[in-house]
Design a protein around this ligand. Structure first.
Ligand code: ADP
Ligand code: MG
Length: 255
């Protein structure tokens, strides 16, 4: 069974009087354990898609299933609980709480899990900071850390509740190339060692190259789904070509 299923999802935003269509009839299935890149130009709908998968937002039409459960009909409280235990988030701008230390930032989401004792929380925080190679920086505040270190804290925080899915919205966009490479390598290591599913958006070709699944999105529609095979992308579904072919066929039939 797919870990995430997006079925015929459309998302429209109202901007004053104007209706903006961010996603048009998107259908995709994501298997557990993948390292998946959502690639597309700015404004193509990447963040909207991640927010819908992350249950931060709800679709205008269509349904989203997480681990087989339809999340469309959930109350905000139920969604918050599902998010807390199933999904971790990493953002382009890190979004750490500036008054908290690195360790406190990582601990923060664990305060929502009443089954953990303080001792268990602190042990887990220590383990995660070590995992992201920041064991020595536990007491530093975000403004005492570099961009790459902040994103490592954010990754540790995203992993704190031991989620099955980590969603990362352009996680390397605010980092220089070398630092971004390090963050991606860290995400891949965690993907392999813990089996956590990673879904990240990017418009950087070098970032796409690290993925094992690729979803190409343009103008709110999926244009291509690819699977890495050897060093190449195997196109498993090229929707533009298909719709173009269908249009050509229809035109021929008409003529
Ligand atoms: P991307 O992340 O690929 O840059 P987004 O998902 O942020 O794209 O945006 C897709 C489209 O939806 C864009 O046209 C954007 O302007 C619009 N959009 C996104 N969020 C909102 C919002 N909250 N209100 C109105 N329009 C929005
Ligand atoms: Mg975006």
């Amino acid at each position: 069974m797919s870990l995430v299923r997006v079925e015929n999802v459309s998302k429209e935003y109202l901007l004053g009087e104007q209706r903006v269509t961010a996603l048009r009839d998107v259908t995709m299935h994501i298997e557990e354990g993948v390292f998946l890149a959502i690639a597309g130009p700015s404004g193509s709908g990447k963040s909207t898609l991640l927010n819908l998968i992350g249950c931060i937002d709800t679709p205008t039409r269509g349904r989203v299933f997480i681990d087989g459960q339809d999340v469309s009909g959930r109350t905000p409280d139920q969604l918050a609980d599902l998010r807390a235990r199933t999904i971790g988030f990493v953002f382009q701008t890190f979004n750490l709480l500036p008054v908290l230390s690195a360790a406190e930032n990582v601990e923060y989401p664990l305060l929502q899990l009443p089954e953990l004792t303080r001792k268990e929380r602190l042990e887990r925080v220590g383990r995660l900071l070590k995992l992201v190679q920041l064991g020595k920086y536990a007491h530093h505040r975000p403004n005492q850390l570099s961009g790459g270190q902040r994103q490592r804290v954010a990754i540790a925080r995203a992993l704190a509740a031991q989620p099955r899915i980590v969603l990362a919205d352009e996680p390397t966009a605010n980092l220089d190339h070398k630092t971004g490479e390090g963050i991606l390598a860290l995400m891949k290591d965690i993907n392999v060692s813990l089996g956590t599913t990673f879904i990240f958006s990017t418009h950087d070709k070098k970032v796409m190259a690290r993925a094992d699944r690729l979803v190409r999105i343009e103008d709110g529609q999926i244009r291509m789904l690819g699977v890495r095979a050897d060093a190449r992308w195997l196109v498993v579904d090229e929707r533009r070509r298909r719709t173009e072919r269908a249009a050509q066929q229809a035109a021929r039939e008409k003529a």
